[in-house]
Design a protein around this ligand. Structure first.
Ligand code: 1GP
Length: 245
């Protein structure tokens, strides 16, 4: 089954949680252990990405170890064309829509497209929109950040993504953001679009996760949470339970 079909089936039935793992932050073995605990707690897919200084070898090793540990899809969430691993099940083929740099709008994608074709990885096209505070990805991606009090601006970008034929929209507050994307903004964006909506960045509390899915997110992503807590299974479980709305 294609990964996108799996996602569509999942979100038809329930809200979905995905766990982001940055291969630069631990050994492949440790990453596999984290993925397994998150899977046992109910996470629906593992996203691989994060740091910009990653090597493809590290991504390959991490994907392979995680693959041995969990049966759920492993989806690349790439910072650029240099980290495309042939072992992943799919890749978010994403454009940073509010970037001021062609590099993140289309150039890395142009470089990655032939690699994806050659390796036979499933591309899932996604409009990526960065909201304040944006954190590192906002700076690196040269994003003209969407103000937290301008939900219509985020919605207009999201609708543009839909009209481009993109399959998903991702609202990103930035990894480690002190506050996630405001639920009010999630609601306006969801009202404007018909394609599935992913929200990530700064989600640590079950209550925030619940408010974001209640506002209309189909999928929520947590990354920092699994890096920070002792008991990954308990922490992810709490979020997964909270989004059963
Ligand atoms: C980052 O949205 C993801 O791209 C996850 O953010 O690390 O804050 O959970 P956190």
């Amino acid at each position: 089954m294609k990964v996108m079909d799996y996602i569509i089936n999942e979100i038809r039935a329930r809200k979905m949680h995905m766990t982001l793992i940055d291969p630069a932050k631990q050994s492949p073995e440790e990453a596999a252990k984290m993925a397994k605990e998150a899977y046992e707690a109910g996470t629906g897919a593992i996203m691989i990405g994060g740091s910009t200084d990653l090597s493809r070898e590290k991504v390959d090793e991490t994907v392979l170890k995680i693959k041995e540990a969990v049966p759920i899809p492993i989806i690349l969430f790439p910072s650029g064309a240099h980290v495309i691993s042939k072992y992943a099940d799919a890749i978010y083929f994403m454009s940073l829509l509010n970037s001021n740099s062609p590099e993140y709008l289309i150039r890395q994608q142009m470089m990655g497209a032939p690699i994806i074709k050659k390796l036979g990885i499933e591309p899932i096209s996604m409009g990526y929109i960065i909201i304040e505070p944006g954190m590192t990805v906002g700076k690196v991606g040269k994003a003209e950040l969407i103000r937290r009090d301008k939900p219509e601006m985020a919605a207009a970008y999201a609708l543009a993504a839909q009209y481009f034929g993109m399959q998903l929209v991702y609202l990103e507050a930035g990894s480690g953001a002190p506050e996630p994307v405001p639920p009010k903004m999630v609601k306006v964006v969801k009202d404007w679009i018909d394609i599935p909506l992913i929200v990530g960045g700064g989600i640590r509390k079950a209550e925030d996760a619940r408010n974001i899915v209640k506002a209309g997110a189909d999928i929520i992503v947590t990354g920092t949470l699994v890096e920070e807590v002792e008991d990954i299974k308990a922490a992810v479980s709490e979020i997964v339970k909270a989004i059963k709305v």
